[in-house]
Ligand binder design. Sequence first.
Ligand SMILES: [Zn+2]
Length: 141
Amino acid sequence: MEGSEERDPHYVKRVVLPSGKTIEVVYFKDAVEQDSSFRTVAEPDQALHLCAACSSELVYPTGWEEADGDRWHVQLRCPDCEHRSEGIFSQSTVEAFDEELEAGTDALAADLRRLCRANMAEEVDRFAAALDSGAILPEDF
Ligand SMILES: [Zn+2]
């Protein structure tokens, strides 16, 4: 029985997702051998958040999976014109895309915070105006 582990038909590979999360993928030897005959070519570097069909900058991934090497098979969708595409992209392209998506999320969160503050400021203004006009009296509390 000794030495049987070396002949294990599968191995585990650590895959770091563009989000920085690490997952462990179990490869079975047969699948790996099949994979190696399936060579994929990376698309040239490009800004994935830009739509090729319209000028939208809101393209987002509908799915991605590791291709061979450090490349990613990414499926994309444009919310503005419904253009869909997919391709094999290099790690650096996907990382840049990931940063773009994160920046978009941050911008959205910042907008939301600004909106909340604006609403609050409006409430405060209304409240202050009501106080000034004497519409709110200490008895109201
Ligand atoms: Zn588009």
